[in-house]
Ligand binder design. Structure first.
Ligand SMILES: [Mn+2]
Length: 568
């Protein structure tokens, strides 16, 4: 079972309900689930959220701005790599021991120099019958051979010098042996001779001055031979293997340097898995390397790793539309949705728990989860849930408030040890967002985007004690609204300013003239501000009103195509 925590996260630009519901639901889940659950947020806090969290001694959840699966999430971090000076034998041992197909070649500075694959190594060992001389060539040093054979060294010269050498088994008669060197035109100093306890061949090889003489079968050498080898500068070693095996091992002691492929595809850990899938499509590389700016190896992944399901699991609270969810939500596993908004257009690949109840707040639903389990939240969690309910329903004065919100609130009051009115006073006097934040931040603080047919628009909401602060800053706020509309490429952007005292709202709108022209509410203070008597709920009153206005207008998509067609 996966042990990474399930992330519980509210909508972008979180409001108090989103934050409180996420914290409380994580608490609930951690009581009843084996798996850890962690509350998160994908936006900034505000004065009201801070006031509730401080009142109940709770911390703001961690910020997670994006859950898009990244290459670093799927890569293997413990990478088996090989040095450029390694031998085929060492590379093959690593491949065998770690059951991998590819080895990154990493230099002393930790930079990736290329790769060797099973495929390249295999090809090197396939006999090339047309080039017998080539088949006997090894590119290595005496030291490499000694290491690969685990040989006993009797005497040696320039052990570390890497060069091209030609291997031959001294199996023929000593008279034939001499002719070979001439026919093949191999300099004796480039010859490696493998031989058993054949004194004559041993002696002849030393006379020729071969590079290395390997005695097989763990056989002893006459003292005279050793003395001659030392005199002639011939390296002399004893292999415990038979001649055929020894020849094979010497070939494998070839350096990998000539087999290193530079056709390596590099990735950065922050690249999205989706992008990596696109980039690797049609590529033949068996593996891809993840490096940092200095080309130092950080991880490795294969195409199979890209196809594995993501390990990120999330639970959405207080929203169900992807446009309002944390970026990347569509690429991870949404395990549950707990919400009280209209149904959006979210699709999931497997069945999920979807809890949508038309009550005043998501916090109401979370509190009800505790009740149903006959379980009482701690005082601080009960207080947070009260904060979410009071904030979202304007202390039950909003038309979205239901009898259930009322009952749950009464239950929570007894657990939290605070009355709803006392908490409501604290929440609604926690400072005007309009006074404490920039016009842009006001528009963005509780900002939701919607998509209705081809219409794209945003509805922000602020709750204030009276309209005074809004009217004082209305020019700047209308400007910020228009800037937001342009930045988000929307048909219109609106800001609902709700007066908590009178339970009425003003709606400021910037954008599409046809839409604004159809708004039936009276204008107030300015042509783009409307007086929405009795409207306090964006979800229950404003969104249905705007949808009905849009339905009386042609779809902007067909409209623009029509007008394009009319152009000469
Ligand atoms: Mn809510």
């Amino acid at each position: 079972m996966a042990s990474n925590p399930v992330l519980i996260i509210g909508h972008r630009n979180p409001d108090a309900d989103s934050i409180c519901a996420a914290i409380a639901y994580a608490d609930f889940k951690n009581r009843f689930s084996d798996r850890p659950h962690l509350s998160c947020r994908c936006g900034n806090s505000n004065a009201r959220i801070e006031a509730i969290l401080n009142r109940f001694g709770q911390k703001l959840p961690d910020f997670i701005g994006d859950v898009t699966p990244r290459v670093k999430d799927i890569m293997v971090r413990e990478v088996v790599s090989v040095e450029p000076e390694a031998t085929c034998h060492e590379a093959l041992s690593l491949i065998d021991r770690h059951d991998v197909r590819v080895l990154p070649v990493v230099g002393a500075d930790k930079k990736v120099e290329g790769m060797v694959s099973v495929f390249q190594l295999g090809e090197y060992f396939i006999p090339k019958l047309r080039e017998p001389k080539e088949m006997r060539r090894v590119h290595t040093s005496v030291a490499n051979i000694v290491r690969a054979l685990d040989a006993e060294v009797l005497c040696s010269q320039d052990e570390e010098m890497v060069d091209d050498y030609y291997v031959r088994v001294g199996a023929m008669d000593v008279r034939s042996f001499g002719k070979f060197s001439e026919i093949e035109d191999v300099d004796p100093s480039k010859s490696i001779i493998i031989v058993g306890d054949r004194w004559d061949i041993q002696q002849r090889s030393i006379q020729y001055g071969v590079r290395l003489l390997v005695i097989t079968g763990d056989l002893k050498v006459e003292p005279e031979i050793l003395a001659d080898a030392q005199k002639k500068g011939v390296s002399l070693v004893i292999s415990r293997y038979d001649s055929a095996t020894t020849a094979w091992i010497i070939r494998s002691a070839s350096s990998i340097s000539r087999l290193i492929s530079s056709e390596v595809v590099f990735f950065h850990g922050d690249e999205s898995v989706e992008e990596a899938r696109r980039r690797t499509a049609g590529m033949a590389q068996p593996a891809f390397f993840v490096v940092d700016e200095a080309k130092r190896l950080k991880g490795i992944f294969t195409r199979t790793d890209l196809l594995k399901p993501t390990a990120t699991d999330i639970i959405l609270v207080d929203h169900n539309e992807l446009g309002q969810a944390v970026p990347g939500a569509d690429q991870v596993n949404i395990q549950e949705i707990v919400d009280h908004h209209r149904l959006g257009n979210l699709h999931t690949s497997s069945p999920i728990l979807f809890m949508n109840e038309p009550v005043g707040s998501t916090s109401t639903i979370i509190a009800d989860f505790y009740r149903r389990e006959n379980c009482e939240p701690e005082a601080s969690i009960a207080g947070l849930l009260m904060g979410g309910i009071i904030s979202d329903t304007l202390n039950l004065k909003s038309p979205t408030a239901t009898l259930k919100d009322d009952r749950i609130l009464t239950w929570l009051e007894s657990l939290a040890g605070v009355s709803r009115d006392e908490l409501a006073d604290l929440i609604f006097s926690s400072g005007s967002i309009i006074l404490s934040q920039s016009p842009q931040e006001v528009v963005r603080s509780d900002f939701k985007k919607y998509h209705e047919r081809s219409w794209k628009f945003s509805l922000s909401q602020v709750e204030e004690l009276g309209y005074g602060n809004f009217l004082e800053h209305r020019e700047a706020l209308l400007g910020a609204l228009e800037e937001t509309r342009q930045a988000e490429n929307l048909h219109f952007s609106a800001l609902l300013v709700t007066d908590i005292n009178t339970q009425n709202s003003l709606l400021a709108v910037k954008g599409d003239k046809d839409f604004i022209g159809r708004i039936q509410y009276p204008q107030a203070y300015a042509p783009d501000i409307f007086d929405l008597q009795g409207v306090v709920s964006r979800k229950k009153q404003l969104v249905p009103f705007i949808t009905s206005v849009l339905n009386s207008l042609p779809d902007p998509m067909s409209y623009s195509e029509e007008s394009k067609a009319k152009e000469p």
